[in-house]
Design a binder for this molecule. Structure first.
Ligand code: LRH
Ligand code: MN
Length: 409
C-alpha cells in the first residue's frame, strides 16, 4: 500500500479500536462477502423505448462468463454468475459448467423465463388455459434439470403473471394454479436445492400481479416447505416501502433466501445498486448483521445463508464498469454496517434514547471505509482500485472485436 493508505489505515485502525470494533472480524466478513452477478447484466438491455446496442457486448454465455471472470479477478467478490433460460440456453450444459470453472467461476442461480414466450401473454402458471399452465410447469422442471447439470443449488423464480384490467382474471383461481405449479416444481428439487420466490408489485401487470408482495411470496414458501424462501428484489416495492423492515421480518421467520440488488428512484429502474439511496442498502445490512447476533439459531442460520445477487439492466452504462461499480458500492455499505457498535445501539434502544440510537447507526454510515477496503484488497493481492485496474487493463479495447449486436434481452 502507498504510504498514504498505510497512514490512513493506521489512523482508521486506532479509531475503530477506540470504538470497540473487532477489525479482524470485520476484515474476515468483508473477505467472505460474495455477490452473484447476472449474466444478463453483461448483455444489451434497455427500456420499452429503446435497447441501445453497444460495441463489445458478449455474443453468447461463454463471453458473458469471460466478462464476469474479469470482474471477479479484479474484485475477488463475485465467483458465481446467475443464468437465465433461454437467454443462456446451450446445447451442452456440462460444457458450460466446465467453461465457467475454467475461467474461475461457478454457475449460480438458474432463472426460468416465463415472461417472453407469446403463449404467456395472458399468464404462464396462472393462465386460464391448462395446456399453457402445463407448458410453464414443464419449463420450470427443465430449469431444475439444468440446475443438476450445471451444479446450481438455487432456482430463482419470478412470475410476470398479472392482469391489466379488473375482472380480466379470477384472482383466487390464479393463486391456486400458481401454488400447484410451485408444489410440483418443489417436489422436483434435490435436498440441497433452494427455491427463491421473487415478488414485484407491478409491471408488466398494470392492474394486479399474482406474486405482488413479500407476504404472498412468504405464504407460498411457508406452504411449500423449508427449501422455499423469499427473494427480495430491492426495486420491486411501492415508493415509501420500508424494505429493511421486510428484510428483518423475513429474517425473523427464517424465510429470507436472497436479494436482487439494484437501485431505483421511481419504479423498477434496475440502476446500479447503491447509486440512489445507499443508506437503504446500509440499513438492510444492519438488519442482517443484527440477525447474526440473535440467540435463535434459525435466525442466525438464515442470516448466514443469504444469496446476494445483483439484478440490473445497464441500458446506458458500459457493462463491465457498471458491474465493478456495483460490487464496490455493496462492499462499501457492507463495510460501514460491519462498523456498527451493536452493544452501544442495544443499550440506547433499551433506554428509549431515540436520537442516541439513531446516531449509533448514522455514525457507522458516515465512516470513510476507504482505508479498510484498500487494506482488505491489498491483503488479498487484489488491485486497490478495481475500476482503475479495469480501465488500464485494455480488456474493453480487446473485446471491441466482438462488434455490435451482442446478446440482449
Ligand atoms: C423482473 C426481474 C427478475 C428477472 C428479470 C431480469 O423485474 O427482476 O428478477 O428475471 O428482472
Ligand atoms: Mn429481479
Amino acid at each position: 500500500m502507498s504510504q498514504w493508505s498505510d497512514r490512513a489505515y493506521a489512523l482508521f485502525e486506532e479509531q475503530q479500536r477506540d470504538r470497540g470494533i473487532d477489525l479482524a472480524w470485520v476484515k474476515e466478513k468483508l473477505t467472505g462477502l460474495q455477490i452473484e452477478t447476472p449474466s444478463w447484466g453483461y448483455g444489451d438491455s434497455g427500456t420499452r423505448f429503446k435497447v441501445f446496442q453497444k460495441v463489445g457486448v458478449p455474443r453468447n454465455p461463454y463471453e458473458k462468463f469471460d466478462d464476469a471472470a474479469v470482474v471477479h479477478r479484479l474484485t475477488g467478490a463475485c465467483e458465481a454468475v446467475a443464468i437465465h433460460i433461454p437467454w443462456d440456453k446451450v446445447s451442452d450444459y456440462q460444457k458450460l459448467k466446465s467453461y465457467a470453472e475454467s475461467v474461475g467461476l461457478k454457475i449460480g442461480a438458474v432463472n426460468p423465463n416465463l415472461f417472453q414466450d407469446d403463449d404467456y401473454m395472458l399468464g404462464s402458471v396462472t393462465n386460464a388455459n391448462p395446456s399453457i399452465r402445463r407448458k410453464a410447469v414443464e419449463h420450470l422442471l427443465e430449469c431444475v434439470d439444468i440446475m443438476r447439470q450445471v451444479g446450481s443449488n438455487a432456482l430463482s423464480l419470478w412470475f410476470a403473471d398479472g392482469t391489466n384490467y379488473p375482472g380480466q382474471g379470477h384472482l383466487r383461481r390464479r393463486k391456486r394454479w400458481l401454488q400447484e405449479a410451485l408444489e410440483e416444481t418443489y417436489r422436483a428439487l434435490s435436498p440441497d436445492m433452494k427455491m427463491l420466490i421473487e415478488y414485484k408489485f407491478f409491471e408488466p401487470g398494470f392492474y394486479h400481479t399474482d406474486v405482488a408482495d413479500w407476504g404472498m411470496s412468504f405464504q407460498a414458501a411457508q406452504k411449500l416447505g423449508p427449501q422455499a424462501e423469499v427473494l427480495v428484489d430491492t426495486g420491486h416495492h411501492a415508493l415509501g416501502t420500508n424494505v429493511e423492515h421486510i428484510v428483518s421480518y423475513l429474517l425473523d421467520e427464517g424465510k429470507l433466501g436472497g436479494f436482487h440488488f439494484n437501485s431505483r428512484k421511481y419504479a423498477d429502474d434496475d440502476l446500479i445498486v447503491g447509486s440512489s439511496n445507499p443508506y437503504e442498502l446500509f440499513l438492510i445490512f444492519y438488519q442482517i448483521l443484527d440477525a447474526h447476533l440473535d440467540e435463535d439459531v434459525k435466525v442466525r442460520e438464515t442470516a448466514e445463508n443469504i444469496a446476494y445477487m445483483i439484478d440490473q439492466s445497464h441500458a446506458i452504462e458500459p457493462k463491465i464498469p457498471a458491474m465493478i461499480r456495483s460490487i464496490c458500492n455493496i462492499q462499501t455499505q457492507y463495510a460501514k454496517a460491519l462498523l456498527i457498535n451493536h452493544a452501544e445501539l442495544k443499550e440506547k434502544q433499551e433506554n428509549n434514547d431515540v436520537l442516541g440510537a439513531e446516531n449509533v447507526l448514522r455514525t457507522a454510515f458516515e465512516i470513510d471505509v476507504t482505508p479498510l477496503l484498500l487494506a482488505v484488497r491489498e491483503e488479498r493481492g487484489l488491485p486497490p482500485d478495481p475500476m482503475r485496474a479495469f480501465l488500464e487493463s485494455g480488456y474493453q479495447e480487446r473485446i471491441a472485436q466482438r462488434g455490435v449486436g451482442g446478446s440482449s434481452w
